[in-house]
Ligand binder design. Structure first.
Ligand SMILES: *Cc1c(COP(=O)(O)O)cnc(C)c1O
Length: 376
C-alpha cells in the first residue's frame, strides 16, 4: 500500500475540507448563492493578504496575476526596476520585456536577499522608474526578501511596489497595508492548500490610480474590469466556481489558526528543518532562509538522485534545484497544509535514501535535531 506525499513548493497538499468542497456539485455563477460565496472569499482574502484593499481573484495560475500586474499598471516605454536573485525574479524581467517595458535589473547572488540601500540608490539615480517588481519568497533559492525595508523606500515616492508572494503568502511575514506594499500577487497551490488554477492580486489606492492610465494591451486580464465586477462581488467572466468554493474552506482554516500564529508555526518548522538537514551534512543554501521552503546543498551526493529515489521508491515528492541550481540543492516545502509531522516523516525517508546512496549518516539523527528544535 503506497501513500504519496507532496513536499514540494507548489503544488502543495490539499487540506481535507478543501477536498470535500471540490467534490460538491457545481452551481451557476450568476446567482445570489454564488455572490455570497464570492463575498466571503473577498473578505477572507483581505485577512490573509493583511489588507483592507480589494483582492481580485483571477482564473489562472500565479503567473497570470504577475503578468496582469505589469500589463495593467505600466505603459509602453515605462521603466521598471526588477530584482533578480532567482528563477522568479527572472520571470518579472521576462514579463516586463514581453510588454516592451524597459527594465533596470538589479542582479543579486542566488540565495541572498537584496540590499534595500542599493534599491534606494537605484531609485535615486533613476527617478523615472515607475515600479519595483520583487518577490517575498524567492522559491528557487528558498530566500525571503526584506519587503518591509523595501516598502519603506517606495511608499513615499512616486513608484509602485509589486510583490510576488505566490509561495510566501501564509508562512513568511507580510504586512501589506502596515508596510505600505502597493500590490501583492499570489496563487492557489502553495500556502492556500488548494489545487493550481487561481491567482490573486491586491491593489491599493496608488495602484488603482495607475490602472487608469496604463496603455499596455490586455483583455482577459483587465484589472479595471475585474475591479468593477469585484465591487459587486462578481467576476467579468466565468469564475473557477469549484476552486472559489474550496478557497473559502482554506481561508476558514487560516482564520481559525490565526495568520500570526501560522507565521510563528512555520518559522519554527523552518528553523527545525534547517537544524535537521545540517545534522545530515547539508548546508543551508540561503543566507536569508524563508519560512515557506528550505533549500540545502550537500557535497559528494547527487541531489537529483535523492529527489528521484524519494519519489520513486517512497512516494515522497521533494524538489530539486531549478536552472543554475539544477543538481545542486534539494528543496523541502513547509507551507499551507504541510505540518511538522509531515516534515519528520520526510526527514526519516531522506535519511534512508542518503544511507542507500552511501552517505555515512546516523539514522535518526535528523529526527532528533528536528524535535529538539521544534519541541524545545
Ligand atoms: C510558484 C511560483 C510562481 C509561479 O506560479 P505559477 O502558479 O506556476 O504560475 C511564481 N513566483 C513564485 C515565487 C512561485 O513560487
Amino acid at each position: 500500500m503506497k501513500h504519496t506525499y507532496l513536499m514540494t513548493p507548489g503544488p502543495s497538499p490539499l487540506a481535507g475540507p478543501v477536498k470535500e468542497a471540490l467534490a460538491k456539485d457545481i452551481i451557476h455563477h450568476r446567482t445570489d448563492e454564488f455572490k455570497k460565496i464570492l463575498q466571503e472569499a473577498h473578505q477572507g482574502l483581505k485577512y490573509v493578504f493583511s489588507t483592507d484593499n480589494p483582492v481580485l481573484i483571477l482564473a489562472c495560475s500565479g503567473t497570470g496575476a504577475m503578468e496582469a500586474s505589469v500589463s495593467n499598471l505600466l505603459s509602453r516605454n515605462d521603466k521598471a526596476l526588477v530584482i533578480v536573485g532567482g528563477k522568479f525574479g527572472q520571470r518579472w524581467k521576462d514579463i516586463c520585456s514581453s510588454y516592451g517595458v524597459e527594465t533596470v535589473c538589479m542582479e543579486i547572488n542566488w540565495g541572498t536577499s537584496p540590499d534595500p540601500k542599493e534599491i534606494e540608490r537605484i531609485l535615486n539615480d533613476s527617478p523615472d522608474i515607475k515600479a519595483v517588481y520583487t518577490t517575498l519568497c524567492e522559491t528557487s533559492t528558498a530566500t525571503v526578501y526584506d519587503i518591509k525595508a523595501i516598502a519603506s523606500i517606495t511608499r513615499d515616492r512616486d513608484v509602485l511596489l509589486i510583490v510576488d508572494a505566490i509561495s510566501g503568502l501564509g508562512q513568511d511575514v507580510l504586512k501589506t497595508d502596515e508596510w505600505g506594499v502597493d500590490v501583492v500577487v499570489s496563487g492557489s497551490q502553495k500556502g492556500l492548500m488548494l489545487p493550481p488554477g487561481l491567482s490573486f492580486i491586491s491593489l491599493n489606492r496608488k495602484a488603482e490610480v495607475a490602472l487608469a492610465t496604463s496603455n499596455l494591451a490586455k483583455y482577459y486580464f483587465s484589472l479595471k474590469k475585474a475591479l468593477k465586477s469585484y465591487q459587486n462581488d462578481d467576476t467579468p467572466y466565468t469564475p473557477s466556481v469549484s476552486l472559489v468554493v474550496a478557497l473559502n474552506e482554506s481561508l476558514k482554516i487560516i482564520k481559525e489558526d490565526g495568520l500570526e500564529n501560522r507565521w510563528k508555526e512555520f518559522q519554527k518548522i523552518a528553523q527545525a528543518t534547517q537544524d535537521a538537514l545540517k545534522e545530515l551534512g547539508f548546508s543551508i543554501f540561503s543566507k536569508s532562509p524563508s519560512f515557506s521552503v528550505t533549500a540545502a546543498a550537500i557535497e559528494g551526493i547527487d541531489t537529483q538522485a535523492i529527489v528521484k529515489k524519494m519519489r520513486k521508491e517512497y512516494g515522497i515528492s521533494i524538489a530539486g534545484g531549478q536552472d543554475a541550481l539544477k543538481g545542486k540543492i534539494i528543496r523541502i516545502a513547509h507551507m499551507g497544509y504541510i505540518n511538522s509531522q509531515d516534515v519528520i516523516m520526510c526527514l526519516s525517508i531522506l535519511e534512508k535514501v542518503l544511507a542507500d546512496l552511501g552517505a555515512s549518516i546516523e539514522i535518526g539523527s535528523s529526527l532528533k535535531a528536528f524535535q529538539e528544535a521544534y519541541y524545545g
